[in-house]
Design a protein around this ligand. Structure first.
Ligand code: NDP
Ligand code: GDR
Length: 365
């Protein structure tokens, strides 16, 4: 049985990846940092009683800032594959916590690689590093591909730049099977609530159900290449099943402005919008309601821009070229953006219907 270790197992990608690897027959170990509450909602359906026989999914307390603990977990679990997904992953928040972000996202990757060397596992254990399209930052070339120069635009992206290159360096210096997946934005109903897509789909559901008045967003012009997380964890696995280690862009090749995502999400519930104004003055009103279940007053303002959500330096345009992953990994995304939006909105409507208690609408992000 193959053994995998996933850091960040209770995050969006960790949850989908754990599910995928369990389906493939792996023994899966997950690293989860301690929190004051049990924040395992995304993986609760995968729980296995540690006292029962043939347990194939186990959690370990660990933190990317603590190398002693990472060394111990790797020694205990002797993984064939490590998927390093743990990170302070919010770009805007990284401007507020730059040193911590560098430590967890940058040096944290070094700690994993160095642990493998210390334990003499560098020839046994393959490493997947969760690299990001944020590395491209300020546009140098479109679409962005493996050879496009990096120009990171946030403390998060700079930390991930270190992680990217230390992964390449350990591959070249020590012959490790260490790979970067340069993944463009991927979303799902499990997406954290303060990333823009989930913030939008939650707000659309809450507004349609009369639980929220208005949605406040930052830069509506930013364009992202959005895919579904379920497709993207499949690519992570494929990257580690190749004969030789390499780095791959994983993307859909289609880019969409934040404003259009908002329009599509409201449209999913039959609510049509009219956008007016530009920049910080931009707003959107309800112009028609096609679905009898979700009737809002025509002319109701449902969107406004709040500059608090602007970033000190922004990444305006991301569009990936997935040619290499399509040809070498045989990877293709199964979901398109319309299906992704539809699934996210539907899930959020269901969630609010089940639990309509007050939500923290304006968390940082
Ligand atoms: P999430 O934010 O959903 O999950 C991040 C995970 O990392 C959580 O389990 C979190 O734990 C954990 N974590 C954070 N800090 C630490 C730490 N110091 N020690 C241990 N665990 C920690 O991210 P995603 O699942 O969306 O992304 C997975 C990875 O892929 C991240 O590295 C991200 O930067 C990267 N990435 C994501 C993309 C995307 O579009 N989703 C695109 C490209 C790259 P907790 O729940 O306690 O916070
Ligand atoms: P991103 O994702 O920064 O691309 O990083 P996010 O969803 O946070 O932002 C996407 C774009 O939307 C704009 N935006 C807003 N963003 C948030 N969060 N909240 C808002 O109110 C808002 N209004 C507009 C942003 O300015 C940005 O341009 C994600 C993370 O998952 C990273 O970990 C990952 O590496 C990259 O995707 C690829």
């Amino acid at each position: 049985m193959k053994v995998a270790l996933i850091t960040g197992v209770n995050g969006q990608d960790g949850a989908y990846l754990a599910e995928l690897l369990l389906e493939k027959g792996y023994m899966v170990h997950g690293v989860k940092r301690r929190a004051s509450l049990l924040n395992t909602d995304r993986i609760d359906h995968l729980y296995q009683d540690p006292h029962s026989e043939n347990v194939r999914f186990r959690l370990h307390y660990g933190d990317m800032t603590d190398s002693t603990n990472l060394i111990r977990i790797i020694q205990e679990t002797q993984p064939d594959e490590i998927y390093n997904l743990a990170a302070m992953s919010h770009v805007k928040v990284s401007f507020d916590t730059p040193e911590y972000t560098a430590n967890a996202d940058g040096i944290g990757t070094l700690r994993i690689l160095e642990a493998l060397r210390i334990l003499k596992l560098e020839k046994k254990t393959k490493v997947y590093q969760a690299s990001t399209s944020e590395l491209y930052g300020l546009v140098q070339e479109v679409p962005q591909r493996e050879t496009t120069p990096f120009y990171p635009r946030s403390p998060y992206a700079v930390a991930k730049l270190y992680a990217y290159w230390i992964t390449v360096n350990y591959r070249e210096a020590y012959g490790m099977f260490a790979c970067n997946g340069i993944l463009f934005n991927h979303e799902s109903p499990l997406r954290g609530e303060t990333f823009v897509t989930r913030k939008i789909t939650r707000a659309v559901a809450a507004i349609a159900l009369g639980l929220q008045d208005k949605l406040f967003l930052g830069n509506l012009d930013a364009r992202r290449d959005w895919g579904h997380a379920k497709d993207y964890v499949e690519a992570m696995w494929r990257i580690l099943q190749q004969d030789t280690p390499d780095d791959y862009v994983i993307a859909t090749g289609i880019t969409t402005p934040v404003r259009e995502f908002v329009r599509m999400a409201f449209d999913e519930l039959g609510i049509e919008l009219k956008f007016e104004g530009t920049g910080v003055e931009e707003v959107a009103y309800v112009s028609a309601c096609r679905n009898k279940e979700y009737i809002l007053p025509i002319g109701k303002q449902v969107l406004a821009v709040d500059p608090a959500y602007f970033r000190p330096t922004e990444v305006e345009l991301l569009i990936g070229d997935p040619t290499k992953s399509k040809t070498k990994l045989g990877w293709e995304p199964k979901y398109d953006l319309q299906e992704l939006v539809s699934e996210m909105v539907t899930c959020d409507v269901e969630l609010f219907r089940k639990d309509s208690k007050t939500q923290w609408e304006q968390l940082a992000g």
